[in-house]
Every structure is written in C-alpha cells, then in structure tokens.
Write a protein that binds this ligand. Structure first.
Ligand SMILES: Nc1nc2c(c(=O)[nH]1)N[C@H]1C(S)=C(S)[C@@H](COP(=O)(O)OP(=O)(O)OC[C@H]3O[C@@H](n4cnc5c(=O)[nH]c(N)nc54)[C@H](O)[C@@H]3O)O[C@H]1N2
Ligand SMILES: Nc1nc2c(c(=O)[nH]1)N[C@H]1C(S)=C(S)[C@@H](COP(=O)(O)OP(=O)(O)OC[C@H]3O[C@@H](n4cnc5c(=O)[nH]c(N)nc54)[C@H](O)[C@@H]3O)O[C@H]1N2
Ligand code: SF4
Ligand SMILES: [Mo]
Length: 895
C-alpha cells in the first residue's frame, strides 16, 4: 500500500487575491511549497486561475516572513520577544491607554485580507468590550462608497446579483473598472458571454485600459463625471418612456426628486456629452443600448468608489437600474465588484467604523441587541472614526494606541508621508503581519506579531457575489506564527474577557458569527447565515462554497429585490438625488495635471506576496507614470525616461510611459511600489486626503500634480543573490528574479563609483570586469564555483541596456565556459534573440517573440499565436494585450 503521506491530496482553498474568490487546489510538495491549480468545482472560476493565482506557488517561501513576535527595544531595533511577553504587554498597553485617556484613544485598523473569523473577533473586542467603535479597515479605501450607496438605496449593504448574471446578460457596462487586469476571471466570463451569446460590452473609464481593448463601446469619460452620464441616462430613459413604471410604483420611493435632480444636472444629450467630455454620438449609442437591453448588468469598481463623490456615483448608477426594474433579475442588476478576497466578509462582521456587526448599525435598538448577544460590558454606542479621520486623530495625538492588522497604511493611505509621521507619535503601535518589513512596520511599530499567511490560515472569505468559501491550510504554521483570530483572542483574554474570547478554533468563531446573523432577525436583515450556525467542526471543514443568505428556517434566495422587499422602513428602495458633479480637484498652473492611480495586471497592492514571484515580476518590473503623447512633448518627457511628480503632499520619481490610452491632462501611476521595492516611488505620498461626504472614502483618482523630466546620467542593473544597499542619488526598482534579486537603476554616480560598489558587494568572488571610462561603461560579473553570483552593468543613459540575456545566465545553475565569457557582452551566448519584455506570464513569452511569430511566422490572430507559442492559452490574462499586439503589427499591411 502507498503511504498516503507521500501523495497527500490537493487541498481545496480560495485564492488570497481579488474579490472574484476563485477556488484553488493546492497540493503541498513536501518542501514547503505547493503545486497550484484552479478548482474545477468552484462556481466562481470553474477551474481557471489568472496570472496571479497561477503563480501562487512561487510566493510561499519563508525568506521574507515574520516568524517570531518582535518588540522594539530602547535602541530602536526590533528584537525577538516571547508570545507571552508580547501579548501581556500589548494587552497592558491598551488597558493603560483606556484607563488614562478613555476608549476613544485606542483604535484598530483592519483589512479585507483578514478572514471573517479574524475580523469578527477584532470587531467584537473593540466594539463590545473596549467601548469604542474606532475599528476601521482598508475597505474604507476600497468599498465604502458602494456600502453607503447600497444602504442609501436599499436600506442595507446588499449586492443584489450573482456571477451567473454576467453569463446571462445581454449588455454589460463596466464603469471605473479595469476588470481585465483586476478581476480577470470574471472578465473572461464576460468575454465568453460576448463571444458565445453576443452580449455587448461598454467600458466607461478616462483611460483606455486593457479592459477597453476589445469591446463594443468605449467611453473615455472626463474624470469624475460619471454622475452626469448616468443622470443623462435617467433623463433619456424617462423621456422615451423606457422606465418600468410598475416596478417604480410598487417598490421605489424618491423617483420624482431623483429625476428632477437628474434633469438639473444633465437635461439633454448635448449637455450630458459636454459634461462627460464625450462625443454625442457615443453617448447616444450608450443610451440606446441601455434603453433596448432589458438584461443589463452594470459593474463598477474603484473609478466609481474612490471618488470624493463616490456615493453619488453609485446611486446615480443604481437609480437607472431601479427605474427600469433591472435589479436582482437573471442577467440584470447593478453589481459592485469588490476588491479584496474578504472585502465582503469584513462588511458582514461590521469591520467598518460606521457599522456594528452582522449588517447592523448603531441605532439604540441594534446596540442593545448586539450587546445582549455578546454580553458585552462596554458597547460602543456610536460610530467610530473612518480611516482618514482616524489617522488625522493619530496625528493630533488623540488616538494613542493603534493595532494594524493585514494592511500597509503607511503606503496605501492618501498622504502616506504624513501617515508615516503620525504613526511615530503613537504611545502603543502594534502590527500583525506576515512579512518582516513593510513601510508600516518600518514606521516604528513597537510590537510586530507574526500572523498565519495564506496556505496556513483556516477560515472563511466572502466574494463579490456573496459566496462564502473556505480558506483551508495546506502548510504548517511556520516559526511561531499564529492565526490572527488567536492573537486577538489572547489579548481579549488578557484584558479580562476570558469567556467571551475562549475560542478554540476558527469554526468556533464562525458559528458565533452565524448565530449573531440570525439573532432576532426574522427576515428583517439581509445578512442571515443561520443555516450554518450549528455546523460541526467536520462540517465546517468540509463546507462547500455557499451563497448567503442561508437562513435556518426559511428558504434562501440567490438574488435580491426582483420583487422589491428592500430593507428600508417602507420596504421600498430609495432613489437618491445626487449632487451636481464637480471636477474632482482643482488643477492650477502650478499643479496642472490630475493624477489617477490604480493597479497593474500581475502585482497585488504593496507587493509583499505577488512581488516574490519572478514570473509576475516580468510583466511591468518598474514603477511608472503614463502620459498622453502631447502632454509628454509639452512637458519635455520621453518614453522610457524619468519624471518627477509632486503634489501638495509629496513627490516621487517614476519611469515615463507615453500612452495614447491616457487623456490629455491626466496621468496614471500604479500603487504597488513602496520603500521596500523602489527608491522614490511611493505614489500614496502624493494622493490628497479629500473624502466622500457619505462614505468617507478617499478620492484616489484625481490629485492635482505637476510633472517634470528628470535626467540621470547613467542607467544599468544589478543582479545579486541577496538584497544590497545602493548608493544614494540612485533611482532603483527591486525585481524578484529566479534565485535572487535584480535592481533596475538610474544614477548620477559615475562608473568608477559603481566599481567600488561592485567590489564591496562581490569582493569574495572571482571577478571579471570591463571598464570603458570614455564611454561611461562599466560591467562586472562575479563567479563562485562556475555559477554567476552577481553582476553590475552600468552605461550612459542614452544607450539601451537589456538585461534579459544576463538574467537568464544568472538564473542558471552552472554556466558553460562560452556562457561565462558571454556574460559581459550582455548578449545570450547561444546567439538567441532577445525575447523582449514578457507578455504572457504563464509561459514566459516575450514581446519580440510574439512580434516575430506575427511578422515572420504568419500568425495572424491571437489563436494562431496561442497555437505557435502557447501564449495566452493558460490563464488568459494577457489576451487583451495579445490582441493589441496583433492589431499593431498587422496595421501597416492594412493601410
Ligand atoms: N492585478 C491586481 N488585481 C487586483 C488588485 C491588485 O492590486 N492587482 N487589487 C484588488 C482590489 S483591492 C481592488 S479594490 C480592485 C480594483 O479594481 P479596479 O477598480 O478595476 O482597479 P483600479 O485600477 O483601481 O481602477 C479602475 C479604473 O478606474 C478608472 N477611473 C479613474 N477615475 C475614474 C472616473 O472618474 N470615472 C471612471 N468611470 N473611471 C475612473 C481608472 O482609470 C482605472 O482604470 O482590484 C482587485 N484586483
Ligand atoms: N492611491 C491609491 N491608494 C490606494 C488605492 C488606489 O487605487 N490608489 N487603493 C486602495 C485599496 S482599494 C486598497 S484595498 C488598499 C490596499 O492597501 P493595503 O491593504 O495597505 O496593501 P497590502 O499590500 O495588501 O497590505 C496588506 C499587508 O498585510 C499583510 N498580510 C496579508 N495577509 C495577512 C494576514 O492574513 N494577516 C496579517 N496579519 N497580515 C497579512 C501583507 O504582508 C501586507 O503587508 O490600498 C488603497 N490605497
Ligand atoms: S481572478 Fe485571479 S487574483 Fe482574482 S481570485 Fe481569481 S485567480 Fe485569484
Ligand atoms: Mo481594494
């Protein structure tokens, strides 16, 4: 008989990245890693994974993991502490602060990357036992406007639709969503619907993104003007009598006022087009599509939410669906695409400062109900501070003790430089983390507590369609790492609440959470998972993905609101009259551009996990800013050159990418780089702290900035087995490569100075070098036992320096003599052409190879490229780019 331990079965779990919530099969390899595949049985992805999900196996290493509790000593350095000591001191610190300054002097800042069980326990401790509602979460930066919009319209934070609506819709409108890169598996479902059923797809985004590459209509809206466009749509639908008057009569209030306001904002097609900065014909085409297509789903994401008028944008969209009765019906609904794996779970437990728990708020009745359920001695009675206000209160010294879990606010909050300064003022600053270092830990955390990471964590997450899935462990807890719920429970017990925090497992916590959801509910609250309240440990272990609501005594429902039944006092939905949209930020002569920020295909947030994958690092390895060609000329910027951006709040230096997809006057920069991964690319430092009046969500898409070229004399790269310190005045971006790290750099330091750097770093190795001072060239390769240990290549900024060939040699185990000789040439020894920047991350296929297949290999379609090179045939995340490359390469022949 085979020993079963030699072939352990794959563990069914859920991807830790985006809110699509794909099912993953993880098969541990016995060496600390795992083979990753999509779970064919999971209803979110039916076996598919995008590039990030596919590369999860490359991110499980422990090199950058925090494995022990750490405490900052008097010398300012972090040193190991025992769990007992750390937990005692954290608990004592919170108790002391509350004694001295009251409960509002303490706060937790949580994250949609926590499991529901972690979130539940943290929220319960603060809101039921410490007496403050100062619990907020990075979902404030992410979903808060959708939550506020839902609650205004539906009386509850309910997502009416489910994913199969995307398969069944005849029209899909994507507003402020780059789903091709940010929700790739859902985007592929939409594209499959378009291909197979002929669904139309409309994209509304100031930027021509990958999502907009292959759709029926792209509306490059003026930044911030979504409310104008959807107000114009409502007016149009009313003028041509295309509304569902029966639905409005039976299930909607506020219609006349909302329509009147829409008319004030956008009385006719011409005004709508002018405000939205769009061609009248395009707007008319959009209105006609919407008017004529009953089965319409409108998906929206951060271009809507992350706005100083985000809640109004949400309601302007929802108004059009309510007035046409297109809600909660097969293939017809407004649909908020959530960002993080457990953005929804956080909302369910009340992780936001203005919610209590289980979708309840702070009415006296609700506070009383939750208080009785928790037996909470110190119930918070009113809302706490929302993220941006919370960090302002820290800066003012009003909040003195803060616990950050699973988020990196020193990088991701607006005005990130000021946030970092504020954190230094805290009397007690606790961080629960997976990694040894990030910008928040290095902002002076007093205690850093090692939390279980994906692959070790055990609990549940809820995806965008309200589906609860299990994250199951398939690796042992490394070092002294512990689950987040355990860490918080231990502190709760030490604060004197032994019974309330006596959880033995995440199943214990989940059952309590499920019980609270049904407690005195009786159909009055949308969130009810009472059917799961009595799960045995075994049943919790085996739990299949399940949609909520799942009440214990009534039938559940897949969709909400097709027949009304809203969670307002009159059970009707409320149409909201939005404010007149204004340009989101005033630009000026000094700050003439609007900075839009967002994501790239293959990185996740501040890169603490996705940044560990060499495969993912290949797509876009450097922090950049996208600029329209005309703006680039006017500002003296060149493609591949550098630019310094500054706002009222901070500055950074980024690589320039000139792009037709960008609007004039707007810039776009990704959010992923921090002080850990680049020299001067903390984009969050520039972002203004303006927030939406209803949701408190910050406007992350329109900060006024200035941009100017930066000239470096030298460019180059370093490859090394372990990170090293680079000279100051050097711009660098750290890139994970196979078996080590690379630095792409630009510098003022001359070649002789780089020689010193190289010798200091690699003095122990056998060094080969090439120096050509008149041409400003310096190249060094260091060998140990026939293996390339590191290299430094520096040349004038004007010369193009490709690192792919050298990187391939660096990634090899042993080099043949000819290869060793070839290193300093920077070219591949076997004469192979440079594959160019990677387009397909799954099979590592570069741009030059793809071009060659088109130009010389006769590949005329994406499918032909797939057949020849396999590019695009696995996860499909690169299909929009492949399409664009085919179009570009074939364009000259077409003329
Ligand atoms: N690859 C990858 N995927 C991710 C993530 C990641 O880090 N990397 N993060 C996840 C998370 S947490 C989130 S929240 C989601 C975010 O997913 P998305 O919201 O799709 O991503 P963003 O890039 O933040 O912004 C979306 C688009 O909004 C546009 N936009 C800016 N201003 C406006 C405007 O005024 N109106 C309109 N209509 N559009 C505007 C931007 O140009 C941008 O293309 O992605 C999730 N998925
Ligand atoms: N300018 C600008 N700013 C933005 C945005 C934008 O579009 N533009 N988007 C906003 C949005 S939508 C989001 S969601 C945020 C994201 O911003 P953050 O949440 O700050 O970014 P992450 O890098 O995901 O940080 C997660 C941290 O938690 C750690 N971690 C991961 N899993 C666990 C766990 O299970 N337990 C513990 N204890 N730690 C864990 C990781 O190592 C990492 O350090 O950024 C926001 N900020
Ligand atoms: S779409 Fe990609 S990142 Fe999102 S859950 Fe699925 S595999 Fe993970
Ligand atoms: Mo997010």
């Amino acid at each position: 008989m085979n020993a079963p331990s030699q072939h352990p079965p794959a563990v069914r779990t859920t991807c830790p990245y985006c809110g699509v919530g794909c099912g993953v099969l993880a098969k541990p390899d016995g060496l600390g890693g795992a083979v990753i595949a999509g779970d064919p049985a999971h209803p979110a992805n039916f076996g598919r994974l995008c590039s990030k999900g596919s590369a999860l196996g490359e991110t499980l290493g422990l090199e950058s993991r925090l494995l022990h509790p750490m405490r900052r000593g008097a010398d300012g350095a972090l040193a190991r502490a025992s769990w007992d000591a750390a937990l005692d001191q954290v608990a004592a610190g919170f108790a002391r602060t509350i004694d001295k300054h009251g409960p509002n002097a303490v706060a937790f800042y949580l994250s949609g990357q926590l499991l529901t069980e972690d979130y539940y326990v943290a929220n319960k401790l603060m809101k039921g036992f410490l007496g403050s509602a100062n619990v907020d979460t990075n979902s404030r930066l992410c979903m808060a406007s959708s939550v506020a919009g839902h609650r205004r319209a539906f009386g509850s934070d309910t997502v009416p639709g489910i994913y199969s609506d995307l398969d069944e819709a005849d029209l899909i409108v994507l507003v402020g969503s780059n789903a091709a890169w940010c929700h790739p598996i859902l985007y592929q479902r939409m594209m499959a619907n378009r291909r197979m059923r002929g669904a139309k797809v409309v994209v509304i985004d100031p930027r021509r993104t990958a999502t907009a590459e292959d759709v029926d209509l792209f509306l490059p809206i003026a930044p911030g003007m979504d409310t104008a466009l959807f107000s114009g749509l409502l007016v149009h639908l009313s003028d041509v009598l295309a509304l569902d008057y029966e639905y409005i009569d039976a299930h909607v209030s506020g219609f006349p006022d909302a329509l009147a306001r829409a008319r004030e904002i956008a009385p006719d097609l011409a005004t709508t087009a002018r405000l939205a900065g769009l061609a009248q014909d395009d707007v008319a085409a959009f209105f006609a599509l919407f008017r004529e297509t009953a089965k319409t789903v409108t998906c929206y994401s951060q271009g809507v939410n992350q706005s100083a008028q985000g809640t109004d944008k949400v309601n302007a969209i929802v108004n059009c669906h309510l007035a046409t009765g297109r809600i909660g019906k097969n293939g017809a609904s407004p649909f908020s695409l959530t960002g993080q794996p457990n953005a929804m779970g956080g909302r369910e437990v009340g992780g936001l400062a203005n919610q209590l728990a289980a979708h309840m708020g702070f009415s006296p009745q609700e506070v009383d109900r939750v208080g009785r359920f928790w037996n909470g001695p110190a119930m918070a009675k009113r809302e706490g501070l929302k993220a941006v206000q919370m960090f302002d209160a820290i800066a003012r010294g009003e909040i003195k003790a803060l616990w950050v879990m699973a988020t990196n606010p020193a990088a991701s909050l607006p005005r990130a430089g000021a946030v970092r300064e504020a954190l230094r003022k805290l009397d007690l600053f606790v961080v629960s983390e997976n990694v040894l270092s990030n910008d928040t830990v290095s902002a002076g955390a007093h205690f850093v507590l090692p939390a279980a990471a994906w692959g070790e964590k055990d609990g549940t997450v809820t995806n965008s369609e309200r589906r609860i899935s299990r994250q199951r462990p398939f690796l042992p807890l490394p070092g002294e790492a512990k689950p987040d719920w355990w860490i918080v429970s231990q502190v709760g017990q030490r604060l004197g609440f032994a019974d309330a925090f006596a959880y033995r497992s995440s199943a214990d916590v989940f059952r309590e959470h499920a019980k609270l959801s049904m407690f005195e509910n009786g159909g009055t609250r949308d969130f009810d998972i009472g059917a799961l309240a009595l799960l045995s440990d075994e049943a919790f272990d085996a739990l299949d993905p399940v949609l909520w609501p799942a009440p214990a005594t009534r039938a559940g429902t897949e969709r909400f609101f097709a027949q009304g039944g809203f969670f307002t006092s009159d059970r009707k939905a409320k149409m909201i009259a939005p404010e007149m949209p204004r340009p989101q930020a005033e630009t000026s002569d000094a700050l003439p551009f609007r900075l839009n920020t967002g994501r790239v295909r293959d990185q996740w947030h501040t890169m603490t996990r996705s940044g560990l994958s060499p495969r993912l690092a290949k797509h876009l390895p450097e922090p950049f800013v996208e600029v329209h060609p005309d703006d680039a000329i006017a500002a003296g910027l060149s493609h591949d050159g550098f630019a310094r951006l500054h706002s009222r709040y901070g500055a950074c230096v980024l690589k320039v990418r000139v792009s037709e997809g960008q609007q004039r006057g707007s810039l776009f920069a990704p959010i992923h780089w921090s002080d850990e991964t680049a020299a001067m690319a903390r984009v969050g430092e520039l972002v203004m702290p303006a927030t939406d009046p209803f949701s408190g969500q910050p406007e992350a898409k329109a900060t006024p900035v200035a941009i100017a070229p930066v000239d470096y004399k030298y460019r180059g790269f370093v490859l090394t087995r372990s990170p090293l310190a680079l000279p100051s005045h050097t711009w660098w971006s750290r890139v994970t490569v196979g078996r080590g790290v690379g630095y792409l750099l630009a510098s003022e330091a001359a070649s002789d100075m780089w020689r010193d750097v190289a010798h200091a770093a690699f003095g122990h190795a056998e060094i080969a070098e090439y120096c050509d001072p008149p041409r400003d060239l310096y190249r060094m390769a260091a060998f140990v036992d026939g293996r390339l240990e590191g290299c430094v290549f520096i040349g004038p900024a004007t010369a193009t320096l490709q690192w792919d060939a050298v990187k391939a040699l660096f990634e090899s185990e042993q080099l043949a003599e000819a290869q060793r000789r070839a290193v300093l040439s920077g070219k591949a020894a076997d004469g192979l052409a440079d594959p160019g920047p990677v387009v397909c991350a799954c099979f590592g296929v570069g741009l030059n190879v793809i071009r060659d297949a088109i130009v010389n290999g006769g590949a005329t379609s994406v499918e032909a490229i797939g057949a020849a090179l396999r590019a695009g045939t696995n996860c499909g995340s690169c299909l929009p780019e492949l399409k664009r490359i085919v179009q570009r390469e074939r364009a000259p022949q077409a003329v």
